[in-house]
Design a protein around this ligand. Structure first.
Ligand SMILES: Nc1ncnc2c1ncn2[C@@H]1O[C@H](COP(=O)(O)OP(=O)(O)O)[C@@H](O)[C@H]1O
Ligand SMILES: [Mg+2]
Length: 262
């Protein structure tokens, strides 16, 4: 049973390069700056969120792997990044879970089980890697809500439909009710003619749900290179404004739409 008031948001599509990690890190920090207690869980064996937050992982550092294997306790494996912002890191070992959990009963619930003892967070944000892996399915089971980043591009709409189908199939099979809270459009560039068409299509298909927008800003890439969030790298950037607004809108959205408790 999750702490009733904790919102666990999976930043999810099972596709790479759409802005998941960028959103996990910067939405996380933006919420922390608004005095919310935030935990980011890196579920990607590539450890991009871990690196992006400047967190060092050695062979001895507890990670999401050791937590999901029961080798370390979740509450003792969480690192502090800065005020109100915490991380459960990942590295290559996370990939081992695919084979090591494969034959275990209840393998989809390893993360939920391990996180039971953790409380006190307002928001837990899950950054996931590509593919419908066992680790990502664990994320979906643990999450209360899924927020989909959608990169504006020719195949963005198909990627969305594929993910929604996969999510619904997994939820039905496992009898979980993880909610699709909505979408955040990433790399929005209004100078491109396709942009308005895709924005209006997507805002129509997410009617009544959360709908956010982040404009294209190369500062996001530079910030990652410096292992900083956009608020550390350039607080006056367009992306900092957009992620701060996204956080405000997420907080408002949850005030209206109560969090689920799985
Ligand atoms: N709004 C944006 N404007 C410009 N570049 C972006 C934006 N969002 C993400 N990127 C860049 O796109 C690339 C992929 O983003 P990332 O967050 O790593 O995607 P994912 O985690 O889905 O694979 C990165 O180089 C990142 O800096
Ligand atoms: Mg990523």
């Amino acid at each position: 049973m999750k702490n009733g008031s904790t919102k666990v948001i999976m930043i999810g599509v099972f596709k790479g390069g759409v802005g998941k990690t960028t959103t996990a890190i910067n939405l996380g920090h933006a919420l922390a700056l608004q005095k919310k207690n935030v935990l980011i869980i890196d579920l990607d064996p590539q450890g991009n969120a871990t690196r992006g937050l400047g967190y060092e992982v050695t062979e001895l550092t507890p990670t999401v792997y050791t937590v999901m294997k029961g080798i370390s306790r979740a509450e003792e494996s969480i690192g502090k990044i800065k005020e109100n912002l915490f991380l459960l890191p990942s590295n290559r070992t996370t990939a081992l879970l695919e084979t090591e959990l494969a034959s275990e009963v209840g393998r989809e619930k390893a993360l939920s089980r391990a996180m039971k003892a953790v409380d006190g967070f307002d928001y837990i944000i899950l950054d996931c890697g590509p593919g419908s892996t066992i680790v990502n399915v664990n994320g979906l089971v643990y999450a209360t809500d899924v927020l989909m980043p959608i990169e504006i591009g020719v195949d963005s709409v198909e990627g969305v439909d594929d993910f929604i189908k996969a999510k619904d199939a997994i939820c039905q099979k496992l009898e979980i009710d993880t909610r699709l809270m909505g979408a955040v459009m990433t790399k929005v560039d209004r100078r491109l003619t396709l942009t308005e068409t895709i924005l209006s299509h997507c805002s129509a298909s997410f009617k009544g749900k959360f709908f956010g927008q982040i404009r294209t800003d190369t500062n996001l890439g530079h910030a990652r290179g410096h292992r900083q969030t956009i608020f550390e790298y350039d607080i006056r950037s367009r992306a900092a404004d957009d992620y701060a607004k996204l956080a405000t809108d997420v907080i408002k959205w949850f005030r209206k739409n109560k969090a689920y408790a799985n």
